[in-house]
Design a protein around this ligand. Structure first.
Ligand SMILES: O=CCCCC(=O)O
Length: 458
C-alpha cells in the first residue's frame, strides 16, 4: 500500500509520500536509543511538565489536526475533534497520575525473606515500537505514547500508510512539548519494513493495534527475539438486550455503538443479541434510529456517518453483506452501496443470521449490525461467546442477578452494563482470546513496558 493521503469521501489522492530511507530509519532508532538514556534519568515532575505542555499544544491545535484526520480517513469532524480532546485528557491524566501509578511497592514483611527492606520498583525498558492503525489515528497513538513517555520509555511509531499527515504531526508533537529530541518519532515506512525495525536490538518491545494477521506477525517476530508485545486486535462485540432493559435508551446507544467512527472501531458493538420478549420492540426502534442517521460529508458538523476509510475496507463490508444476504439474511435497512465517488456504505441492519454466513464469525468493519433473537440469558451468553474474539461486551438489563451473570460469563476484556464499551484513560483497555493480550491505559497500561525490578536489601 503506498504511503498517501487519499480523501475517502471522494477517492481523490491528495498527496503521496516517499518512505524514509534505511539510513534515516537507522538514524531515528539511534535517536530513540539516545533519548532513552536521557529520559530514564529525568523525574516524573519534569516529564509531567513536558506532557502538560504537549497537551496544551494539542488542545490549541484541535481543529487543525481534526480536519487532517477527517480528510485522511473520513471520520466525521465532530468525532475527530472529540478524539483530539480525548488525547488531551489522556495526556493530562498520565501527567497527573503516572508517579502514583508507578510508585515502588514495598513488601510488608521483609524479615520473612531475610531482608531489612524489599520492594518492587518499575523502570522503563527502552525504545518501544508502536504499530498503529488508521481508525483512531491520534488516540490510539496517544493511548500508548502518553503512559510510555511518562514511564521514561521512548517511542517509534509505524503508522498506517493512509494517515501520513497525522503520523507526521505526531512526529514532532512531543518534542514541541519539551521532550528531548528522539523521545518520540515517526517511521514513515511500509509494513514490509517493520520486521527489520522490530528485530533491531535497540528496540526493546512492541505494541500493536490492528488486525489479527498483523498481530500474529508482529508477535511471532518479537517472540523469536524475546521481546514483549501488547496486542489490541479485532473484535465482534456482542450487545445483549434483556426484557428489563430501558429499550429506548438501549436502541439509541446501540446505534451509536455500531456506527461510531463510521462503524470502524474494534470496540463497536457488532452483534445485537436480543431476548425474544423484547426483540420486536427493540428491532423497530433500532432500525428507525439507524435509518435516521445522516450520512454525508464528514466535514459537515451535522453528519453522523461519513465514508469508510479505504476502498478495500468498503469492498470487504460489501462482500460480507452480499455473502449473508445470499445465504438468506434479511435486510431491515441499508444494504446497498451508493453509486458515488468515494468509499461509502450506509447504516445497515441484517436479521436471520446463521452460522454459515461469514459475518457470524468474522468482524464487520463498517456500519452493519447483525440482529439475533434468543430465548434465554444462557442462550445469549453462548451466542455472545461464539466468536474467536473477546474484546468488549455490552449487556442491557436492570436485573442485578442477570448483570452479575453477564459480568461472570461474557468472554471479554471489558464488560459494560447498560452502556456501550468505551475507553477511558483511567480504566484498563484490552481483550482476551484472539482480540489480543496485555492492557493499555488505567494502572496496568504503563506497567506493560516496565521492568518490575525486585529489590532486596540486607
Ligand atoms: O479499534 C479500536 C478502537 C479503540 C477506540 C478507543 O480506544 O476508544
Amino acid at each position: 500500500m503506498p504511503i498517501a493521503t487519499v480523501n475517502p469521501a471522494t477517492g481523490e489522492t491528495l498527496e503521496e509520500f516517499t518512505a524514509q530511507s534505511p539510513d534515516e530509519v537507522d538514524r531515528r532508532i539511534a535517536g530513540a536509543a539516545e533519548a532513552f538514556r536521557a529520559l530514564r534519568r529525568t523525574t516524573f515532575e519534569t516529564r509531567a511538565e513536558w506532557m502538560r505542555a504537549t497537551a496544551d499544544i494539542l488542545e490549541h491545535e484541535t481543529d487543525r489536526i481534526a480536519a487532517t484526520m477527517t480528510i485522511e480517513m473520513g471520520k466525521t469532524i465532530g468525532a475527530a475533534k472529540a478524539e483530539a480532546t480525548k488525547c488531551v485528557r489522556g495526556m493530562r491524566y498520565y501527567a497527573d497520575n503516572a508517579e502514583r501509578l508507578l510508585a515502588d511497592e514495598p513488601y510488608a514483611h521483609p524479615d520473612k525473606v531475610g531482608a531489612s527492606s524489599a520492594y518492587v520498583t518499575y523502570q522503563p525498558l527502552g525504545p518501544i515500537l508502536a504499530v498503529m492503525p488508521w481508525n483512531f489515528p491520534l488516540w490510539q497513538v496517544v493511548r500508548f505514547a502518553a503512559p510510555a513517555l511518562m514511564v521514561g520509555n521512548t517511542g517509534l511509531l509505524k503508522h498506517a500508510s493512509n494517515v501520513p499527515r497525522t503520523a507526521l504531526y505526531l512526529d514532532t508533537l512531543f518534542t514541541r512539548g519539551g521532550f528531548p529530541e528522539g523521545s518520540f518519532a515517526t517511521l514513515l515506512i511500509g509494513s514490509s519494513d517493520v520486521e527489520q525495525v522490530l528485530t533491531d536490538p535497540r528496540i526493546r518491545a512492541a505494541t500493536l493495534t490492528g488486525s489479527e494477521p498483523a498481530g500474529r506477525s508482529v508477535a511471532e517476530i518479537a517472540g523469536r527475539h524475546i521481546k514483549k508485545t501488547v496486542l489490541e486486535l479485532g473484535g465482534s462485540d456482542p450487545f445483549v438486550v434483556m426484557p428489563s432493559a430501558d429499550l429506548d435508551k438501549a436502541a439509541k446507544v446501540a446505534t451509536t455503538a455500531r456506527c461510531q467512527n463510521n462503524g470502524q472501531s474494534c470496540i463497536a458493538a457488532k452483534r445485537f443479541i436480543v431476548h425474544e420478549d423484547c426483540y420486536d420492540e427493540f428491532a423497530e426502534r433500532f432500525v428507525a434510529a439507524m435509518t435516521a442517521l445522516k450520512v454525508g460529508d464528514p466535514m459537515d458538523e451535522e453528519t453522523d456517518v461519513g465514508p469508510l476509510a479505504t476502498e478495500s475496507g468498503r469492498d470487504d463490508v460489501e462482500q460480507l453483506v452480499a455473502d449473508a444476504v445470499g445465504k438468506g439474511a434479511k435486510v431491515l435497512c441499508g444494504g446497498d452501496t451508493p453509486d458515488r465517488p468515494g468509499w461509502w456504505y450506509p447504516p445497515t441492519v441484517l436479521a436471520d443470521i446463521t452460522p454459515s454466513m461469514r459475518m457470524y464469525a468474522e468482524e464487520v468493519f463498517g456500519p452493519v449490525a447483525q440482529l439475533y433473537r434468543v430465548g434465554s440469558l444462557a442462550e445469549a451468553v453462548e451466542l455472545a461467546n461464539v466468536t474467536t474474539f473477546g474484546l468488549g461486551a455490552n449487556a442491557w438489563t436492570r436485573d442485578g442477578d442477570e448483570q452479575a451473570a453477564f459480568v461472570r460469563d461474557l468472554e471479554a476484556g471489558m464488560v459494560t452494563i447498560n452502556g456501550m464499551v468505551t475507553s477511558y484513560p483511567e480504566l484498563p483497555f484490552g481483550g482476551v482470546k484472539n482480540s489480543g493480550y496485555g492492557r493499555e491505559l488505567g494502572a496496568p497500561g504503563p506497567k506493560e513496558f516496565c521492568n518490575a525490578k525486585t529489590v532486596w536489601i540486607s
